[in-house]
Write a protein that binds this ligand. Structure first.
Ligand code: NDP
Length: 306
């Protein structure tokens, strides 16, 4: 039986470790502060931001949500970011993506002070990641490394294959695995014979955005499989096929009108992998935990505590 890598357990561990650090910062003067700019009413973004604020409250981190109107211009949003850069009580700034079409998202992300860039997306922090220098790391990739470490899955000298080369997941997780001394291959939509490349992996990371694409024939027996994908299935027939008519999943589909599936076929992983992250409950919970960790670390750096 493969080990199930439980993201909620790791998330809770990380949160518990952060609490005394938040308390130490508060005792030193003030708690860490996170500002989230949420433009418009994208339902997914609303849920993410609500969860981020809730987690801040649990940990004692000061948080503030700014709700600029959907019609905001790039210049107006730049002014908002610059004001947050200047604020002494704000250690982390997060501009929730996606932004409306008229806003130049690249200019906005570039305007966030690298010291307050708790998403780790600023080119300075991408440079720090490449060079192995300290600085905030992108949250989902950092969460994946925490998961592997805490489950004592060896990375040094192991073959790691990352499917997906996005700036927010694929590339940074590949670099973090490289810094852990794995031998890393990055694959994408032009990679020929993907199953045979994936079958070489001791650690296989799927960050693709294609429901259950990684089937048993992509997985080396005993490999650790990290499923980053979060895909909503809206067609009942797809849910029935992927979940092999599981009554539990179909009941959940009938209740909500959709069901969540990762990029990895859950039955394939259960048959062949040595360990794997479930969806939901695997990588997902770690992203917000690492955002909190980045905010606390930014506050500690600014307070001269580390
Ligand atoms: P992107 O769409 O930015 O990148 C997808 C990558 O997958 C691309 O590099 C693309 O290749 C590659 N790809 C697409 N189709 C194939 C294929 N058939 N064979 C091989 N490679 C392929 O996605 P993200 O990185 O932003 O997200 C990936 C998934 O992770 C999504 O499901 C997303 O929802 C989820 N996610 C989950 C998070 C969490 O907290 N759990 C956080 C962030 C994302 P190419 O570059 O050639 O086009």
């Amino acid at each position: 039986m493969p080990r199930i890598l439980d993201g909620t357990r790791v998330r809770d561990e990380i949160k518990n470790e952060l609490k005394p650090r938040v308390a130490a910062l508060a005792a030193h003067g003030r708690p860490p502060g996170l500002a989230v700019a949420l433009v418009g009413h994208d339902p997914g973004s609303e849920i993410y931001v609500r969860n981020k604020i809730k987690t801040c409250q649990e940990l004692g981190i000061y948080s503030e949500t700014l709700r600029p109107p959907e019609t905001i211009t790039t210049d107006e949003l730049l002014r908002t970011v610059e004001e947050l850069n200047r604020r002494g009580d704000i250690d982390g700034i997060l501009v929730q993506l996606p932004l409306p079409k008229q806003v130049d998202a690249k200019r906005i992300l570039l305007a966030v002070s690298p010291e307050k860039d708790v998403d780790g997306f600023h080119p300075c922090n991408v440079g720090n990641l490449v060079a192995g220098l300290p600085g905030p790391r992108a949250c989902t990739p950092a969460g994946i490394i925490e998961m592997l470490k805490r489950y004592e899955i060896p990375m040094a000298g192991r073959r790691a294959v990352v499917v997906g080369r996005s700036d927010i997941v694929g590339k940074p997780v590949a670099l973090l695995l490289l810094h852990q001394h794995a031998t890393v291959t990055i694959c994408h939509s032009k990679t020929p014979d993907l199953p045979s490349v994936c079958r070489q992996a001791d650690i296989l990371v799927a960050a693709i955005g294609r429901p259950a694409m990684i089937t048993a024939d992509y997985i080396k027996p005993g490999a650790a499989v990290i499923d980053v994908g979060m895909n909503r299935l809206d067609a009942r027939a797809d849910a029935a096929r992927i979940f092999r008519n599981s009554p539990e999943k179909l009941a959940s589909f009938d209740k909500k009108g959709n069901v969540l599936v990762g990029d990895v076929d859950p039955f394939g992983a259960a048959e062949v992998a040595g360990a794997y992250t479930p969806v939901p409950g695997g990588v997902g919970p770690l992203t917000i935990a690492m955002l909190m960790a980045n905010t606390v670390a930014a506050a500690e750096r600014r307070a001269g505590l580390c």
